[in-house]
Write a new protein. Sequence first.
Lengths: 101, 467
Amino acid sequence: MSGLTTDEILHLSRLANLTLSKKETTTLKDQLSDVINYFKELKKLRTDDVSPTSQTTGLEDVLREDQVDATRILTNDEVLSGTDKTHNGAFVVPQVIDKDL
Amino acid sequence: MKTPLTINELYTALKNKEYSLVELLDAYFARINANHDLNAFITITDDYAYQKAREMQEVINNNPNAFGEFPLLGVPLAMKDLYLTKGIRTTAASRVLENYVPAYSSTVFERLEAAGAILVGKTNCDAWAHGSSGENSDFGVTRNPWNKDYVPGGSSSGSAVAVAANMALISPGSDTCGSIRLPSNYCGVTGLKPTYGAVSRYGVVAMASSLDTMGHITHSVEDSEKVFAITSGPEGKDSTLIDRKYQKLTGENKYKVGIPKEFVEQGISDEVKSSIDSFANWLTDNGHSVVEVSLPNTKYAISVYYIIQPAEVSSNLGRYDGIRYGNDRSTFGMEAKRRIMLGTFVLSSGYYDAYYNKAMKVRTVLIEEVNKVFEDVDVLLAPVAPTPPFKLGEKAADPLEMYLTDIFAATANLTGIPSLAIPTGFTKNNLPLGIQLMGRKFEENILFSLGKKFQKQTDYHTKTPQS
């Protein structure tokens, strides 16, 4: 049985922007390895000539008129209502650009 | 007063002035308070509800056509806490959103409210709808009203419990892989998973976008159909909706019903098997034909589901950064972390083809297989889950074991077809049993027609737990 290594778990947690405790890392390594191992049954089914399905509606390129619907516009206060960290009517976000650059 | 079991019963009582809407709500909130230990609700909206009740009572008193204009007038409504409700806290049962108050409402809630329904509260569920037992809520487990040591089924756990224990008359849930049908089955109530593309997902916290469907839980099939007639159809906000109006069936039709042998051959409990046999007998007694059919590749459905769903989860939950609303990512619970990690893995460089792309291809095979069977039969009869309700904690430590609970639910979500879960009896330990009927896309009307006929001749859906 192949499984995920601790390094792979830590790599995935960085990709997903999750911080895991040591215990969580160990638990997830074992549990996800089990689940991924279960997926191996799919190899038994040949699908070389099959197209993938990403959705079931059969709809393609659903368009609407490019018109503003005033009933769906939130006020600035409503948009900001989910956070206390605002400044001059805008969201305060973590700094991502180094000041010294 | 005795709370009603159907909308008809409620309307008769209101028309006969047996009670006012305020008295009706008194009775529901008394039940909600008395059943606090079931933990079915995250937020109780009593102030809102009484205000609405007074408004609606005015309508009843002054508008002679009140019940015609408002098809859900005064119906006590509980929304799964995944549905945004403007000005009313919406948590998705996660600490990430524990203080989130949305600035707009979901389409389903808007439509039900406009039809006259009265919100009594937001129901508990597995956080982000991730779960089959109701045990993954960050707000505590929900208990089965038939036996508090057992799980109510998930993820729409609180919704099924609220209806089963008469704390609401109708309750919308969401079904991504059985999350309406399983708790309905485990609590002895009726649950609809509609066709993908029938009911708007607008304003509902997204789990897995190609699989999420917005259905509801009621006591009776008749009420399920009434609610579906209101919630279904496009509104210009969810672009996956197909433009068609729901058509109720009239008259008596005879149907050919298939039982997929792979769903009943092995791995299911004797009591679940016998509930399938009994329903098949009821069908033939009523002039329908029942045949065995084969869906050999549905055995891969749970693998396909547990690749596609976490992939979509990892994408949908990527937006929760705690900047615009909600808490930061350190507040995700363990099951959400597990699914985000699994989804990130199957989408990651080097594994995409082996897992995600492969799963999407097997999904195509499943769809073709199901379509082929529906050329021969009109409806599929199957169990909802392999066993009756299990005990709290029994599967909590083993995610794979828990995931396999969904093995019979996955087919309908992966292929987009509708499914109706109906109560059909009780185990020897007095826990609910039931079945699911699956139909062709947009043929909910056939499922409702069969379900209504069954419930005219049986009374399982009228049984309620003693509490």
